[in-house]
Design a binder for this molecule. Structure first.
Ligand code: ATP
Length: 805
């Protein structure tokens, strides 16, 4: 690969190029399963470029015709990335939004003949299968390849018929709901690796699932663990997965926090919820008992009832409309028409949303707001309109051709505060790093859908810390959905990350469990299950908000105001007697000249005396322990700190930077820094001479606790003032107490808990990470079982081989 490209890749990307090349040489496929946003697209394009550049393939002399299948929203992103990283490639999009004039089959043929790259959507492959299946492709790449996770879906079946030597899948979420999905993906990239679907289900999927339940016997738990470890060994060579945490040293992403906010239902929602649970519709479903899922029509009714409850959790209007129209078998997801009675406060989650957006707007944050359905999105849009928030919106009906420009607009201008998206359309494959806050308004059954959505902002290119909030209506169906998400995530982690992940938490939910409302109190069911994940907000030490609480806009306003005030000064001066001014100037000049004649200790002594006598809000009692070596050094120091002080007052420098600079100056002057020995003492101190003892500073008022005081000696505040020995007090947070000072996140959470009806908060990461303390008591039996599973798989491969030949 040309160095000019190689050098631009991060180390983990270079590793994956090596891995892809190993697969290439073995003429086999694989799954590139890096977490979202680590640059899988870039890795694959540069790898293909390497094949072309080195003419590595014997069959094609370089890269042969290549097919990329991806979701519609990212088609143009692929084109852009190819233009950026490998402009020599000929690339075309097989889609109505393409600029090509003429039949699509001709376009496909032209690209094929010129050994170019053809990009098509998953729908497109169904539509154009007749022509695409006719060709023998060099590489077939499925981006967001989890789209073929259902073994029997039409698109999966068509994709598996593609004729090609090299098959790659790119996905940040290789396993989403169950283990058979993983089988389906490998059945495309490495046919036969995991045996037949039935054998895999019986010998791998079922044992792993059985051992995952809390009430499973110990032997089953141990079998699950060992079988999962065997499976991981089998797939490891063909699955490359790195998490952001693992490569953080290279990519240096900013911080991320992810919390689950449990929002209380409003009284109206509660009443409607309970009434619905008691309704005939739900009663009919519950009557079916344990075997409800065997009957298709009951399954459909359960689905409708659950959807109704989910809508109610979002806003009563969504529920009432459906109930009024008595839509028994279907729940349309059409936008609603709002009348003047619309009130966001009737929804508990929207109250929380309102409180959050207010704070974030003030703080200068920008938000991705994800919701499952178009109807919910519509209600959220109405809320944003009413509150004059600027926003963009993208959902299923947004034309493909305009999606890319919407994304570009959001990322490249700060004009829009919120980006409203449906989770499935806006959550896949795109970059939305213009936002640093994410809300997932309602949870999906599939944890990967929500994970994909949250990763739109926290990815390469993001420079600000990202906070993610998942909203869950407490006590409702949404809690059950969230619990199912955790369970699925646990299964996925067991196979993809660490088989020892040990979080046996769930028994399978029955219908009564789903159709219930837990009203007990704010100590939620989910919070009780995951007690270790509960977020505890530290006590507030300092009442006022930290200085960085101000948004950029607010700072600009403050600066403008300061500027206006400053402009008013000269007018006042004109009213002062000119003679007085001249006298004043002469006096100050004289003082300055006199200062130059003083020795360094005299200068500092004078300085200290002035500080201790003057009534000046910037002045603090001086407690000095160090002496500069010479007068010129002292003067240099005084002037430098004076400049610093001016910059500080003018807002050009932050207190922390000013303090750092001052410390540098001190070091330069070879002054002792006694304060660095004791963090509780002021950071800068002066003294009559080296032997003098340090005096303790008077205690600060309580409002200033959590800060250390830095006493700075400086000259003029601005040019109009007399140069001399003026002191400033710069407040810095004490290192030791910094964690006690309320962070922006804590401030947000506290506000929500206090006023917006949030009844609990869980740290999502802690919820999904299991401990790895698995017992090895039944190791032998489990190993035997795992050995049998692998053997069954080998026989199954042999059977397939016989059939194939
Ligand atoms: N080496 C690199 N140098 C600069 N930018 C990069 C590099 N690699 C990736 N990026 C940028 O990082 C962002 C994320 O990359 P990309 O979209 O390829 O990630 P992904 O892993 O495919 O994500 P997803 O799974 O969400 O589709 C893009 O904006 C891309 O341009």
């Amino acid at each position: 690969m040309p160095l000019k490209i190689w050098d631009k890749l991060y180390p983990h990307q270079q590793d994956s190029i090596r891995w892809l090349y190993t697969l290439h040489r073995r003429r086999t496929g694989g799954i590139l399963g890096d977490e979202m946003g680590l640059g899988k697209t870039v890795q694959v394009i540069t790898f293909l470029y390497g094949i072309e550049y080195n003419k590595l393939s014997r069959t094609w002399v370089g890269l042969g015709p290549t097919l990329i299948v991806c979701p519609a929203t990212v088609m143009h992103l692929w084109v852009k990335h190819i233009h950026d990283w490998a402009p020599e490639f000929r690339v075309a999009v097989l889609h109505a939004s393409s600029t090509f004039v003429g039949p699509m089959s001709r376009l496909a043929n032209e690209i094929y003949e010129s050994k170019g790259i053809l990009i098509v959507t998953y729908q497109g492959i169904l539509k154009h299968q007749d022509c695409i299946l006719n060709y023998r492709w060099h590489y077939v790449i499925l981006d967001e390849g989890h789209k073929i996770r259902t073994p029997t879906s039409k698109v999966t079946l068509v994709v598996k018929r593609l004729v090609t030597t090299h098959r790659l899948i790119l996905t940040g979420t290789p396993m989403q709901n169950n283990l058979l999905e993983l089988w389906s993906l490998f059945d495309f990239t490495n046919p036969g690796l995991l045996g037949s679907c039935e054998i895999f289900d019986e010998h791998f999927a079922k044992p792993i699932i059985r051992g995952g339940y809390e009430n499973a016997p110990a032997v089953q738990k141990q079998i699950a663990l060992t079988v999962a470890a065997s499976l991981k060994n089998i797939i490891s060579p063909y699955l490359l997965r790195r998490t952001k945490k693992e490569v953080q040293d290279h990519i240096a992403l900013p911080g991320k926090s992810e919390q689950v906010l449990f929002c209380a239902l409003t009284d109206e929602q509660k009443k409607l919820y309970k009434d619905y649970l008691l309704s005939e519709q739900v009663g009919n479903v519950l009557e079916k008992g344990k075997n409800w899922f065997r009957d298709t029509s009951t399954r459909a009714k359960v689905f409708v009832a659950i959807t109704m409850l989910r809508k109610l959790c979002n806003h009563p209007d969504l529920f009432i409309r459906n109930a009024a129209e008595n839509l028994e078998d279907q729940v349309p997801d059409e936008p609603l028409n709002f009348d003047v009675r619309f009130d966001y406060r009737r929804s508990g989650k929207m109250r929380v949303l309102s409180a959050l957006l207010k704070i974030w707007k003030r703080q200068g944050n920008r938000v991705l707001l994800f919701a499952q359905g178009r109807a919910t999105l519509n209600i959220l849009q109405h809320f944003l309109d009413k509150n004059d928030y600027t926003y963009l919106k993208m959902e299923g009906t947004t034309p493909i051709s305009s999606r890319h420009s919407l994304i570009h607009l959001f990322n490249h201008s700060t004009e829009h505060f919120v980006f409203l998206l449906t989770t499935r359309v806006g959550g896949l494959g795109i970059n939305l790093i213009g936002a640093n806050r994410v809300i997932i308004f309602d949870p999906d059954w599939n944890p990967a859908t929500d994970s994909q959505a949250r990763e739109r902002a926290w990815r390469i290119g993001q420079s600000r810390d990202v906070n993610i909030y998942r909203f869950v209506s407490s006590g409702t169906i949404e809690e059950k959905i969230y619990q199912r998400q955790v369970w699925k995530q646990f299964l996925s982690n067991r196979v993809l990350v660490d088989p020892r992940v040990d979080k046996h938490i769930f028994k399978s939910s029955d219908l009564f469990d789903l159709f219930s409302l837990n009203e007990t109190d704010s100590s939620l069911e989910t919070a009780n299950i995951f007690q270790d994940a509960q977020v505890k907000i530290p006590e507030i030490v300092k009442a006022e908000q930290p200085a960085d609480e101000f948004s950029e806009e607010k700072i600009r306003e403050m600066k403008e105001l300061a500027h206006k005030i400053a402009l008013s000064f000269p007018q006042k001066k004109q009213t002062v007697d000119q003679q007085e001014l001249a006298d004043e100037r002469a006096k100050k000049l004289e003082e300055k000249e006199k200062l130059k004649t003083l020795s360094a200790p005299e200068l500092l002594q004078l300085n200290r005396e002035k500080a201790n006598t003057e009534e000046n809000p910037w002045v603090n009692k001086v407690d000095d322990a160090d002496t500069p070596a010479s007068f010129s050094e002292a003067l240099e120091y005084t002037e430098a700190t004076s400049r610093l002080h001016t910059e500080l007052v003018q807002g050009k420098k932050k207190p922390a930077d000013a303090a750092e600079k001052t410390n540098e100056l001190k070091l330069k002057m070879k002054m002792k820094s006694a304060s660095s020995v004791d963090q509780n003492q002021p950071s800068t101190s002066y003294a009559h001479d080296n032997s003098s003892k340090k005096k303790k500073l008077p205690k600060k008022s309580s409002g200033e606790e959590g800060y250390k005081t830095y006493v700075d000696h400086s000259g003029a505040v601005d040019d109009e003032k007399v140069e001399g020995l003026v002191k400033a007090e710069i407040k810095l947070r004490k290192k030791r107490k910094v964690e006690k000072v309320e962070s922006q996140d804590d401030y947000v959470l506290r506000s929500l808990l206090k006023t917006a009806g949030v009844s609990g908060v869980l740290e999502h990461e802690t919820v999904i990470q299991g401990s790895s303390k698995g017992t090895l008591r039944l190791q032998m039996e489990a190993e035997e079982r795992a050995r049998k599973s692998v053997e069954a798989l080998r026989w199954s491969r042999l059977d397939n081989f016989k059939w194939d030949h």
